[in-house]
Design a binder for this molecule. Structure first.
Ligand SMILES: [Zn+2]
Length: 150
């Protein structure tokens, strides 16, 4: 991160998540390779950090094999938690892709309540990322995705 990014963060009052460019590229590739279905991944980083940085991506199998929803099997989720523990990292974000706009669906909102981490959605139609989190008032709030150098 260079000094310009640092000042940007200080003056920004909304929440954000930092992702190295290479990880954004990998997520975009995962989304496109998984078409026509939705792709999904679990993103690891230091959960206690005040600057959440995605450090590792665990691509997950969408067991729904669907273009309108995704499901991560309990076994896969277990392995993801295990991997995070072995790496001394936390699950800081859940990623999935939409063929439509990168806005949480009604189903996504239910799972966001259960899994209150940052949710990142990539749209394969608009080729853009958006990130969301439940705020203190249990409202869904969009937060910034800040690409950083690898
Ligand atoms: Zn969705």
């Amino acid at each position: 991160m260079d000094i310009k990014d640092y000042f940007f963060l200080i003056f920004m009052d909304q929440e954000y998540i930092l992702i190295p460019h290479s990880h954004l590229d990998a997520l975009e590739k995962l989304a496109i390779d998984t078409l026509p279905n939705e792709s999904c991944a679990i993103l690891l980083g230091k959960g206690s950090s005040t600057k959440p940085v995605v450090e590792y991506i665990l691509p997950m199998n969408n067991s729904s094999h669907s273009s309108i929803e995704f499901t991560i099997d309990a076994d896969d989720l277990y392995h993801a938690y295990n991997k995070a523990r072995l790496m001394n990292l936390d699950i800081i974000s859940i990623f999935h892709s939409h063929p439509s706009q990168p806005i949480p669906s009604d189903m996504d909102k239910i799972f966001m309540l259960i899994n209150p981490v940052v949710w990142i959605i990539y749209s394969t139609s608009s080729r853009s990322f958006k990130a969301f989190i439940f705020d203190n008032l249990d409202q869904i709030q969009e937060i910034s995705i800040l690409p950083i150098k690898d």
